[in-house]
Design a binder for this molecule. Structure first.
Ligand code: FES
Ligand SMILES: [Fe+2]
Length: 380
């Protein structure tokens, strides 16, 4: 992150601490609970996740030629390869013969071989091997390569778009996140919980709940309901100041290092959050598996693979701190989900310090309308 940005964010944080408040905007507002219950909205959200760039893995998983990963949470089976020309590629993970799924999990391979009749594809997606090829005389097998999808690496992550065609994406907070480019994946995890995916997103965009929800875990490290919030469509940046930040009042701003005194939470629209901490980041992506179930895919981005027991213990401790707090958030999401269908609440109420949630929902609403109206992905 640029030094000027660090200074600006820290000054805003200190100002908010003096005023005992978070950044606030607009007026209190309500959102209808139908947003979490309406199957047609859910289907449009699923369509959105297939039409926009999403996080499908970590760059270190496909660092070398021959590496591949698969991904299935967006409703389109995906395989990402690092081919032997050094190019990162993504394909629909479906055989062009009779549609069997080709690759599983992740690993290292010379080629991708369909387990049904043995058609084989090189890592650039070209169909190379067809047993008893003469049985397909007259068919242009050159046209039967894997269907290619847009993919690229950034911030230590792999982004792909599940719709064929050109796709790119502007990241308003890219300068902040570039230091993660060389980080590697550690401690990947996946869990499915009973809640609409947006409840998990909503809970990320305010610190109002910290003092109560996280009373026994992380709350004491932070000021109550005090954060610095930026929304640059479609992404979010939140600064969560730690108690130690007030010591900076006596320091030269040229020496400010924001990661030592605050956690930074980024929302990469639509469904990924990146929590940047002093020496690593946690990446969490919410995948709606049904209207009331969410698969939470996560991993740590750390500077280098741990080489010693001490390093492993350090990351294990950080992982545990993170999940202890996130499980508290998940529990609250599940509590809301458990009451949603009762009809007791027609809407949810949000305060001014929760305004990022309203902005997230507005952009989502616009995006799902857009996703259902366009057939291919266009350059943004
Ligand atoms: S379905 Fe893949 S080789 Fe037949
Ligand atoms: Fe929380």
């Amino acid at each position: 992150m640029r030094q000027e940005t660090q200074i600006e964010l820290i000054c805003r944080a200190l100002d908010n601490i003096d005023r005992r408040r978070s950044d606030a905007d607009g007026e209190p507002f309500e959102l209808p609970v139908e947003r979490y219950l309406d199957p047609s909205i859910f289907e449009r959200e699923r369509a959105l996740l297939r039409s926009r760039p999403v996080v499908v893995g970590f760059a270190s998983q496909v660092a070398s030629p021959g590496d591949f990963i698969t991904h299935d949470h967006a409703g389109v089976p995906l395989v990402v390869t690092h081919d032997h020309d050094g190019v990162l590629r993504a394909f629909v993970n479906v055989c062009r013969h009779r549609g069997a799924r080709i690759a599983d999990a992740c690993g290292h391979a010379q080629r991708l071989v369909c387990p049904y009749h043995g058609w084989s594809y090189n890592l650039s997606g070209r169909l190379e091997g067809v047993p008893h090829r003469q049985e397909f005389a007259g068919v242009d097998l050159e046209q039967r390569g894997l269907i290619e999808l847009p993919v690229w690496r950034r911030f230590g992550l792999v982004f792909a778009c599940l719709t064929p065609g050109p796709a790119t994406r502007a990241f308003p907070f890219a300068e902040d996140l570039e230091e993660l480019d060389s980080h590697v994946l550690h401690a990947p995890s996946e869990r499915t919980r009973r809640m609409n995916w947006k409840l998990m997103m909503d809970g990320s965009w305010e610190t109002y709940h910290f003092r109560v929800t996280h009373a026994k875990t992380i709350a004491s490290h932070f000021f109550d309901n005090t954060g610095v919030f930026d929304f640059v469509e479609p992404d979010i940046r939140m600064v969560l100041p730690k108690r130690s930040i007030v010591d900076l009042r006596h320091e030269d701003p040229a020496t400010y290092r924001i990661r030592q005194h605050a956690n930074l939470l980024y929302g990469l629209f639509p469904n990924t959050i990146v929590l940047v901490q002093p020496d690593h980041a946690m990446v969490v992506t919410m995948w709606p598996t049904s209207i009331d179930r969410t698969t939470i895919v996560a991993g740590m981005l750390i500077p280098e693979p741990p080489q010693t027991e001490k390093a492993r213990a350090h990351w294990q401790k950080n992982e545990a701190i993170f999940w202890n707090a996130i499980e508290e958030d998940i529990a609250m999401g599940e509590r809301i989900q458990s009451t949603l269908s009762s009809g007791v609440n027609r809407s949810f109420l949000f305060g001014r310090c929760e305004h990022l949630i309203g902005k997230f929902h507005r952009v989502l609403e616009e995006a799902i309308t857009d996703a259902t109206s366009r057939k291919t992905v266009s350059r943004e």
